[in-house]
Ligand binder design. Sequence first.
Ligand code: NAI
Length: 729
Amino acid sequence: MSDNMFRWEQDGDGIVTLTMDDPDHGANTMNARFIDDFSETVGRIEAEKESIKGIVLTSAKKSFFGGGDLKSMITAGPGDAEELFERSMQIKGRMRALETLGVPVVAAINGAALGGGLELALACHHRVMADARGAKVGLPEVTLGLLPGGGGIVRTVRMFGLAQAVPNILMSGRSFAPDKALKAGLVDEVVAPEQLVDSAKAWIKTDPEPSQPWDRKGWTLPGGTISDPALAGVLPSFPANMRKQTKGAPSPAPRAIMAAAVEGSQVDFATAEKIEARYFVSLVTGPIAKNMIQAFFFDMQHCSSGGARPKAADGSEIPRTEFTKVGVLGAGMMGAGIAYVCAKAGIEVVLKDVEQASADKGKAYSEKIEAKALERGRTTQEKSDALLARITPTTDPQALAGCDLVIEAVFESPDLKKKVFQEIEDIVAPDALLGSNTSTLPITDLATGVKRPEDFIGLHFFSPVDKMQLVEIIKGEKTTPETLAKAIDLTLAIRKIPIVVNDSRGFYTSRVIGTFVNEAIGMLDEGIEPSTIEQAGRIAGYPAAPLQLSDELNLNLMLKIRDTAREAAAAAGEEFVEVSSDRVTAKMVNELGRSGRLAGAGFYDYTDGTRAGLWPGLREAFNTSPDNAPPLQDLVDRMIFAEVLETQKCVDEGVIVDDADANIGSIIGIGFPAWTGGTRQYARNYAAPGATEPSGYKGFVARAEELAAKYGDHFLPTESLRQAAAEQG
Ligand code: NAI
C-alpha cells in the first residue's frame, strides 16, 4: 500500500485523509496507475469502513486533479472502442462505489479541478473548495471535442436538472472560480486554503447522511424530466445553444453531450452511466477530438510556455528579461491597445503620437476599458488608478529616455516606420528591443532603417489587442537569438501567447487569412450568391463569415496591400498573380464606394455602425444568381484548403518552423475553424466529411486535386504534401 498514489492517514477521530500524489507526474490524472490505486483504496475503505468515520479526499499537487489521460486519447482509433468503454465503466464503477459505501466523503479541493477532477469531486457527498490562486472547477471537455466521461453528465444532470446542467455547465465548458462555483452550487463551501482539511473534517463531524440525493427515497430529477410541461418551455433553446457552441461546425461533442444528458435523465443511474460511456467512446475514437486535443492542449502548452525560446549561439541559456519601461509609437487603434496590455502587466508606458490630442485619445482607450472593468467588479479603484498612472501620453521623443523596449504602431508605411525609429534610437536604452507591429511589411527591410538591426524584431499584435491572445513574433535576417528571447519574454509577461515565424511579406497569419478572404470574395466574381458564401463560411466553423470579415478588415486596406505587393514584385522582377478577388475589391472600392464597416458601407449595409444585412445591390453588381449553386461542401473546402495550402507553402519556405505555432496561430489569431485543430493538423489528420476514420495526407491530396480540377491550379497540392501522402504508405 505504501506506493499507492492515495496517501492514507487516519486521525484519532477515525477520519481518513486521502492525499492524491502521483509520484511520476506533476499532476494527478486518470491514467492506468490512478485506476489501480483508486480501486485498491476504495477496496480498503470498504474493508475497514466500520472503523472509518469519514473520508477527506485532497491532493498534494498544486492542482486537485488534472483530468483525463489526453496522451492516450490522441492515439485511440475505432478499434479501441470496446477497451475504452470498459475502462470508462471501470472508473465510473469505482466512483459509484465511493458514493454508495455508506461512509461520508468530502472533496477538499485545494486547486484546479477541471474535467475528471470535478467529476471525482462530484462523486463525493460534499465539496469544500480553497479560495486559492488558480483554484477553479469546471467541465471543459466540450472545448476539446469531448464530453465528461467520468460520470460528469450523469451527476450534474441529477444535481441541477437538465435546464441548468446542459447549457451552463456541460455545453459552456466554463471554469468557475471559487465564488462563482459556490454560487452555481458546484461546491458547498469556500474557505481559506489553510482551513481546507479542517473544514472538510468539521462537516464529517456533523454526522451527515452518507449518500447522494439521487440515491435517497422519493428523489426526483430537479426541474423535472423532459416529459414535464415545465421543461417543455426550455428544451427548444437547447438546439439553439448547441448551434452557438459549434457555430454550425462539425464538432460532434455538443450534440453527444445533449443526447447523453437527455437520454440519461430518463433512466436509472447505472444505465445513464453506460449511455454516457458510449457517447464518450464515440467522440474519443473520432478524428475531431484528436484535432482539438492536439491544438488546445499539446500545441497550446508548447506555445504558452514559450516553447520556441532559443538558446544563445554558444548553446548557453539566455537570461530572462524583465521590462520596466516601454515606448509605444503611434497611439491609434493598435498603439492604444498595446499600451493598455503593457500597463496592465505593470510596465511603465510612454505613448507617443504626433499630436498631444491623439496621444491623449490613445490613453482614453485604457480609461474606457478600466471604467468598464470597475463597473463589473473586475478590478479595484486602486489597481485601476495605478494602471492608468503608468501610461504617459506625449509628443516628446525625449520622454522615451530609458525605455528598454520600443514598439511602433504608426501608419503602414515603410518610410514612416523607419523615420520614427531614427527619431528615438539614440534616446532609448542602448540595448532596447526595437519592435514593429506591422502586419505585412518585411522586417528585414524595416531593420535597414535602424543602427542595430540585430535588436529589431516584428511584434505583430491582433485587434482588439486587449482581447486577442496571440502575438506573432517575426525574426528578421539579422535578428539575434537574444532579441527573440526578449520578445518571447515580453509576450509572456503581458500574458499573451507567442508564435515565432521567419520573415516574409505578410509573415504567416496575414498571408494565410488573405487566401481565405480572397477565395471567398472571388466567389462573388463567379456569380455565387453572397448569402451562400457567408453560409459556407459559417458551416466551415469560421467565427466570422468571410464577407463580414472583409468589411471589418477594410477593402481599402486590402487593395493597398495588393498594390504594395505588386510594386514589390515588379521591383524584384518577379511575376505577380492577379486573383479574381482583386476585381471584386477594386469595383467595390473604386466604383461603388463601399470599402467596409468603417465607411458605413461594404458587402453589408450598416445603420449607425451596426451591421444591418448583406447589401442587396451585390446581386446586380456581380451578376449573382441562386441558380449558380455549386455543392456547398465545395465552397466550405475551398476556404479551408486555401488556408491549409498557403500554410504548407509557409512551411516549405521556412516561414513556419513549428507545427504548433502554425496550429495555434491559425486558430487564435485568424479564426481558422477550431474543430480542425489548426492549419497543419487539418492536413495531417484529414477526414472527409462524415468519415469515421481519417485518410490523412492521402485524402487531403486527393481532395485538393479535385478542387484544382474544378476551381483552379491554386488548389494543386505542393510537392511536399504529395511526398507526405506517399510516405503515409
Ligand atoms: P491607426 O491609423 O489607428 O494609428 C496610427 C497612429 O500613428 C495614428 O494615431 C497616427 O497619428 C500615429 N502616427 C503617425 N505618424 C506618427 C509619428 N511620426 N509619430 C508618432 N505617431 C504617429 O493605425 P492602426 O490600425 O493602429 O495600425 C497601426 C499599425 O499596426 C500599422 O502598421 C498596421 O498595419 C498594424 N496593424 C494593424 C492591425 C489592425 O487590425 N488595425 C492589426 C495588426 C497590425
